[in-house]
Design a protein around this ligand. Structure first.
Ligand code: BGC
Length: 374
């Protein structure tokens, strides 16, 4: 006979399952050149906020957030046509980046006494996991039925030797949308041989909801006393530099446009901000805030990672039509990529990014949206 407790548990599970299925709608998205069917998963919370995610590249194709008048608008850059994600997402719009986010110098590293050579897709370096990385792959999607918050699980198995990396890696990304207007991204990975790992998310945010407008009118605040200077190939010079007295000081909220065009060798090298900031503290913590005064939209970033790459869309080139019309011009989106430090496998001063069999890589980042009127 079924006990009262297990009966109640099974009712609870059923209720959660129904709730999760109701809050995540599934629809057809498109077909790739390899005849792979891609689906779109729309997560909706009780306020009407939505996140649209496709199981190609685990890409967030749309994310809405409220302004001071309660209007929900899309705040992430993206393509209009599915084929553009499938064929030419050279901007990494909205994608999960793996196996290693950011650059690896000369597309090479040593691990356990062996030399590895990776795809050189940003000559002479390796960028964002290579030519196809994780962003040009179909992931297996599953709506998790029994989680407290409706969650979409995406899984990708990266074979041994892919893009030059050792070991078969199984990576999982979990997207959840809470009723507190938080997009939670949790990552997990395991391997069958020693390898390196550094996963991140590459949405370009524009809190104005107008994708032709520059993000220089947004304010940014970062919990970072130091940043990592880069050489002319955007590879870390291997040292940390104090932000004090430089355009890299975001300890107090400041307009992105305030110092972006000042005479500064580091800014010139990247045509704007494209640098990793060294986050203070450790564990899950609030690490920064992006704010758009006109709309009142605010986005806080929480993470357990040691760094955040601030990239002000310096290489957006106007080649594509945006979702609200017009072209995707330079500096019309900002990426806040939580991660381990760039080129860590080659930098002795940086924390380890190694993953061994029997270990589990686990990390979490939250983008939380709210409204503030100043
Ligand atoms: C990097 C940039 C790169 C861009 C490509 C960013 O994460 O920091 O250097 O050009 O991705 O979209």
């Amino acid at each position: 006979m079924i006990s009262e407790i297990s009966y109640l548990t099974s009712i609870n599970k059923k209720t959660k399952r129904l709730k999760n299925m109701e809050n995540i709608q599934i629809s057809e998205y498109g077909t790739t050149d390899k005849e792979e069917n891609v689906k779109k998963y729309t997560l909706t919370n009780k306020n009407g906020m939505t996140a649209e995610i496709i199981n190609y590249g685990a890409i967030v194709t749309s994310l809405t957030a409220p302004d001071k008048n309660g209007n929900y608008e899309d705040v992430v850059l993206g393509f209009v046509e599915p084929q553009d994600y499938f064929n030419q997402n050279s901007y990494f719009y909205g994608a999960i980046i793996g196996r290693f986010a950011n650059r690896i110098a000369n597309a090479a590293f040593q691990l356990e006494g062996k030399n590895y050579h990776l795809t050189e897709n940003n000559a002479p370096n390796h960028l964002h996991g290579g030519k196809e990385g994780f962003f040009n792959k179909v992931w297996i999607a599953e709506v998790l039925a029994e989680t407290e918050i409706p969650t979409l699980q995406l899984t990708y198995e990266s074979p041994d030797g892919e893009e030059g990396y050792p070991g078969t890696v199984i990576a999982k990304v979990f997207y959840s949308l809470t009723d507190d207007n938080e997009l939670i991204i949790s990552y997990e990975a395991v391997t069958d041989r020693a390898t390196i790992i550094n996963l991140t998310h590459h949405s370009y945010f524009n809190l104005s909801g107008r994708f032709t407008e520059s993000i220089t009118d947004h304010e940014l605040q970062l919990e970072a006393d130091q940043f990592i200077p880069i050489d002319t190939f955007s590879i870390p010079e291997g040292r940390f530099q104090d932000v004090e007295g430089s355009p890299f000081d975001f300890r107090i909220s400041k307009l992105l446009g305030k110092d972006i065009d000042t005479e500064n060798e580091q800014l010139k090298r990247a045509n704007g901000y494209d640098h990793c900031f060294v986050l203070t503290g450790s564990g899950m913590r609030r690490t920064g805030t992006l704010y758009h005064p006109e709309s009142g939209r605010k986005m806080e970033v929480f993470t357990d990672q040691p760094g955040i790459q601030v990239y002000t869309g310096n290489f957006l080139d106007g080649k594509h039509t945006t979702k609200t019309g017009g072209k995707n011009m330079v500096r019309t989106g900002i990426c806040l990529e939580t991660q381990h430090y760039p080129d860590a496998p080659n930098q002795i001063n940086f924390p380890s990014v190694k993953l061994f069999p029997g270990e589990k890589y686990q990390t979490k980042t939250i983008y939380k949206f709210s409204v503030e009127e100043k």
